[in-house]
Each structure stands twice: as structure tokens, then as C-alpha cells.
Design a protein around this ligand. Structure first.
Ligand code: COA
Length: 534
């Protein structure tokens, strides 16, 4: 075993500067988080409470085993995405422990436009269900929603991953014996009515919970029948006459207790204990931010990061002397074994081949993979093309794609172009995908994109005998740089659900440990690789 040696004390000034810059990032982020957590604002909140209802986050808090953490998925979804504010995408989702089992919890926030489904709400719930399916987690739906956000129906109704997918997922996960439990704690209208109707077991709250395909307004318009919501689809009707719900609760708290009891009866096993005793790193994870240079062009020293993420700071490197711009090796996080890949420079043929081999080895032994991105991309130039960098990079992408061990992906710095793919970007199915607040992702860096486009433009103009002055080139490049800068950051990425979470460096071990515990309870899958181009 190798213990990593920290260098930082020799560079104390840079460390302090970096921490100060990071604290500013943290303050900015906490403002954005505050908006997400606040829900639909004071007026909507007051109306909601006046009906005797708990908020979505209060409901989750009361559902969870006391004192246990809740890992939110997509907390910043919807931030500054539409003309309307849609805090947390109008639904709170995440992983938490209920009667000892890790569950996926999805709670509509009725203070945000009646808890209706915007496109991002659907994307978020489908993502939460995908995590549940992959990790064999029971699903708990705390429903309080007016159904489709009607002005945007074409972006939520007809397509493959639109509203219908939520219901199909419920049916398929039920068939996989993953409990699907609903508590109806507000309105469940039209399409929304299918959530409780499709779940295995459903609780409904007296006075506030309603389930109907058409609400009172629609019924009056369609048939002329005048009826109030409770008589049309309230708790009494559905537990006594229709059988659409199974359990009658007097209030939110009783409904949540009933859900806890249902989960306890479900006999689902999830979240295995770690095989080894978790050990704190020898070096303090609170120091991590000090190794993220305030100037993003400066490198992040991979060994310093590993020393603060791995249990006891132990790391067993794989081919330490070969392909040195990518560190691969094994260690433990929270007592779970992991194979780690972390960039320490651009990717070359050797580093990509080493990674492909390392992924094969971890797949053979069933060791989960953790990818820590800080990657500008693959090396370019004639020498490298002649050396087959395209086929060697493809080997790594191939191995990442087909490996069936749980994969976790975290951008700790830049994550650009094919480097993002090779390091298990979103398209490659990591069980969880996160981003440190300083991280950025785009097809290439803003400066490079501006230069490429300026060169193309200059080539076009040259054919017509026109040359751009240096000032004109800069004027051309500026908006491109700005566009990339505005659209590649952590908040922008999280608001669109390109990542599940923005993770503070200090919280990274906890985030990974919970992810590894969740994945440890899921069925093992066999890896079969395709053709590697040699
Ligand atoms: N699409 C778009 N906006 C909707 C909506 C929908 N389906 N349902 C409600 N809203 C909006 C309201 O216009 C209101 O917006 P505002 O705050 O800008 O005025 C906001 O959501 C809250 O609605 P409100 O009726 O004031 O709140 P409530 O808590 O008293 O009632 C509902 C919430 C969802 C029960 C009620 O609005 C309702 O029945 N909506 C219609 C539901 C429906 O028929 N859906 C069909 C989906 S296919």
C-alpha cells in the first residue's frame, strides 16, 4: 500500500488564496441554493400551510429516519431556466433512509404553480426513477400536483421521455419487485392521478388529498355536474368506494407514518454496510478547496486530491510510471473499495490505454469506478494522430461504456470534449454525476472555441480578398468567449440536470460513500466488452 504525501505546507500562500476564492464561490452558490429551498415564496407558502399541509421538504424530513441525511438529487434544477421561477423544478427528489432502507423520495412542491409539471419537473422525476431502478431502491411519491403545466404541454406530453415515462417506470419497477408507494397529500389531477393509481400501495389524506382524471371545473364544463373536489375524488370516496387508494390518513403526519410502516413491511434489502471499517483520510478533506487554484488555467495536483478523499489516504497506483497524465489505482471510500481515475494533465494514447486496461481489471473484480475529471481533452497534433490517439481514446470510451460496475463521475475542474466522454460524462451512465462549484464543462474551452470560429471566419473572408484586423478578430471572439463562460458552470449545468448535484469538495466523501452504499445493494451485472480497436 502507498500513502500519499501531501505537499501543501510548502505552498501556504497559494493555499490561503485558493481557499479565499473558493469561499466566494460558496457564498454565491448558497444564495442560489437558498432560492431553490425557499419554494414558491411567502404567499404561496402561507396558503399551503393554512390548509394544514406540510411543505415538500418538511414532509421528507418527517418521513426519514430521525437524524439521517437526505441526499438531494437535482436541487438546483430549473434555476433561471424559464420566465417563471421554478425552484427545485417544482419537485424535491433525493435518497434517504426510511425504516433502515435507502429509498428514492419524490415530493411535489405545491407552492410552485400548484406543483405542476414543467419540462424540467418531468426530467427530474424520470432521472430520480432511473437512479432508483439502477440501484434497486424503493420509490416513495409524496404527491401534491396539478399535473401538466398546460402552457408547455408540447414539451412535457408527447415524447419518449415525457410524462408517460413516469407511469411506465412505476409499472416496470413494480414488476422488478421495487416497492412503489404513494401518499396523496394534495391534488392529483388528470395525468397526475396515474401516480397513485399505478403505485403498489397508496395512502390518501382526508380533506387535502384528491385524485381525479378531471377536476371540478372540467366536470362542470364537460357534463354540467356541479361538485366539489372532496366529493369528486377525496379520501373517503377513494378508500370506501373506488379502491383507488388503500389507506385513509387524517393528516400529513399520519400519512407519512403509514408510508414508513409500508416500507418496513416490504422486506426490501438495500444499502449494504461497507466491507471495511471506514477510516478518515490522513489529510483533512476541508483542505481540498485549497488545492483548486483560483486561476482555473493552473493545474489541480491529483495526488493532493486523492490524499484527502481516500480512506486513510491509502492509494495503490496502477502502472504508476506509465501514462502519467491519468492516475489510476485502488483505495477505499467510506469502507467501500473503489477504482479511481483522476486526470493529472491532458490525455495521451498511453494514459487512455492504461485507463482501458484498468477499467477491465475493475470490471473483472466488480470494483466500482470513481472518475474525477479535470481534463482539457486528448492531445492533438500530427505526432499524436500518427500514434493512433483516436483509436486509443476510443478504447477508453469503449471500456467506460460497457463496464457494468457502478460508476460515479465528478467534475473537479474542467471537463471538455472527448475528455468528458472518456471520463464517464453524463452520456455514459454514471450512477451519480456531480460537479464541484468551480468546475466547468463544454465541448471545448471558450478561448479555443472562439479561436476555431475566428479562424473559420478568417478563411472564408480571405477567399473574398478581405482580411480581419486584430481588433475585428477580438470583437468577433468576445461574444463566443462570453457565451461559453456563461453556459458551462456548475449552477448552469445543475439547473438543466446535466449533473445530479453540485457537491462541495468537503462533502465529496459523504456523497460518494452514500452512492457506494446505495450501489452495493443493487444486483451485480456481468460486463461484456465489444471490439477494441488495436
Ligand atoms: N397548468 C398551468 N398552471 C397551473 C395549472 C396547470 N395545470 N394548475 C394551476 N396552475 C397555476 C395557477 O394558474 C396559479 O398560477 P399563479 O400563481 O401565477 O396565479 C398557480 O398554478 C397556483 O394555482 P392555484 O389554483 O392558485 O392554487 P391552488 O393551490 O388553489 O390549486 C390546483 C392548485 C393544482 C389544485 C388547481 O390550480 C387546479 O386544479 N389546477 C388545474 C389542474 C388541472 O386540471 N390539470 C390538468 C393537467 S392535465
Amino acid at each position: 500500500m502507498t500513502t500519499l504525501v501531501s505537499q501543501f505546507r510548502t505552498n501556504g500562500q497559494a493555499f490561503a488564496r485558493n481557499i479565499a476564492a473558493y469561499d466566494q464561490l460558496r457564498r454565491d452558490l448558497s444564495e442560489v441554493r437558498g432560492l431553490a429551498i425557499a419554494g414558491g415564496g411567502a404567499k404561496a407558502l402561507a396558503t399551503h400551510s393554512s390548509r394544514g399541509k406540510l411543505t415538500a421538504r418538511e414532509r421528507i424530513h418527517r418521513l426519514l429516519d430521525p437524524g439521517t441525511p437526505f441526499m438531494e438529487i437535482g436541487q438546483l434544477a430549473g434555476h433561471a431556466l424559464y420566465a417563471d421561477a421554478v425552484p427545485s423544478g417544482a419537485i424535491v427528489t433525493g435518497i434517504g433512509r426510511v425504516r433502515g432502507r435507502l429509498c428514492m423520495i419524490m415530493a411535489n412542491d405545491a407552492t410552485v404553480k400548484g406543483g405542476t409539471y414543467y419540462p424540467i419537473t418531468i426530467k427530474k422525476q424520470v432521472r430520480a426513477q432511473a437512479i432508483a431502478r439502477e440501484n434497486a431502491l424503493p420509490c416513495i411519491y409524496l404527491v401534491d400536483s396539478g399535473g401538466a403545466f398546460l402552457p408547455m404541454q408540447e414539451d412535457i406530453f408527447p415524447d419518449e421521455l415525457h410524462f408517460g415515462r413516469i407511469f411506465r417506470n412505476i409499472a416496470e419497477m413494480s414488476a422488478m419487485k421495487l416497492p412503489q408507494i404513494a401518499a396523496v397529500m394534495g391534488s392529483c389531477t388528470a395525468g397526475g392521478a396515474y401516480i397513485p393509481a399505478m403505485c403498489d400501495e397508496t395512502v390518501i389524506v382526508k380533506g387535502t388529498g384528491t385524485i381525479f382524471l378531471g377536476g371540478p371545473q372540467l366536470v362542470q364544463a364537460a357534463t354540467g355536474e356541479l361538485i366539489d373536489a372532496e366529493s369528486l375524488g377525496g379520501a373517503d370516496l377513494h378508500t370506501r368506494l373506488s379502491g383507488v387508494a388503500d389507506h385513509f390518513a387524517n393528516d400529513d403526519l399520519q400519512a407519512l407514518k403509514m408510508v414508513r410502516d409500508i416500507i418496513a413491511r416490504s422486506r426490501v434489502i438495500s444499502a449494504l454496510s461497507p466491507p471495511s471499517t471506514p477510516l478518515d483520510p490522513h489529510y483533512d478533506p476541508c483542505e481540498l478547496a485549497g488545492f483548486v487554484n483560483a486561476n482555473p488555467k493552473e493545474p489541480i495536483v491529483a495526488s493532493e486530491i486523492l490524499a484527502r478523499l481516500l480512506d486513510a489516504s491509502y492509494f495503490v497506483p496502477y502502472r504508476e510510471r506509465f501514462g502519467k497524465t491519468l492516475l489510476c489505482g485502488t483505495g477505499e471510500i467510506g469502507g467501500f473499495p473503489v477504482g479511481v481515475l483522476i486526470n493529472d494533465g491532458v490525455l495521451y494514447s498511453e494514459s487512455a490505454q492504461k485507463a482501458a486496461n484498468f477499467i477491465e481489471l475493475c470490471s473483472q473484480t466488480g470494483v466500482p469506478l470513481v472518475f474525477l475529471h479535470n481534463i482539457a481533452g486528448f492531445m492533438v497534433g500530427r505526432e499524436y494522430e500518427a500514434g493512433g490517439i483516436a483509436k486509443n481514446g476510443a478504447k477508453m470510451v469503449n471500456a467506460v461504456s460497457n463496464s457494468r460496475v457502478p460508476k460515479f463521475s465528478l467534475m473537479i475542474g474542467g471537463s471538455y470534449g472527448a475528455g468528458n466522454f472518456a471520463m464517464c460524462g453524463r452520456a455514459f451512465g454514471p450512477r451519480l454525476m456531480g460537479m464541484w462549484p468551480n468546475a466547468r464543462t463544454s465541448v471545448m474551452g471558450g478561448e479555443q472555441a472562439a479561436t476555431v470560429l475566428a479562424t473559420v471566419r478568417q478563411d472564408q473572408l480571405r477567399k473574398t480578398g478581405v482580411a480581419m484586423s486584430p481588433e475585428e478578430v477580438e470583437t468577433f471572439k468576445d461574444p463566443i468567449r462570453k457565451n461559453y463562460a456563461d453556459h458551462s458552470g456548475a449552477v448552469y449545468s445543475a439547473s438543466r440536470l446535466w449533473v445530479d448535484s453540485v457537491v462541495d469538495p468537503t462533502d465529496t466523501r459523504g456523497w460518494l460513500s452514500l452512492g457506494l452504499a446505495m450501489a452495493a445493494g443493487s444486483p451485480k451485472e456481468e460486463t461484456r466488452f465489444g471490439v477494441f480497436r488495436m
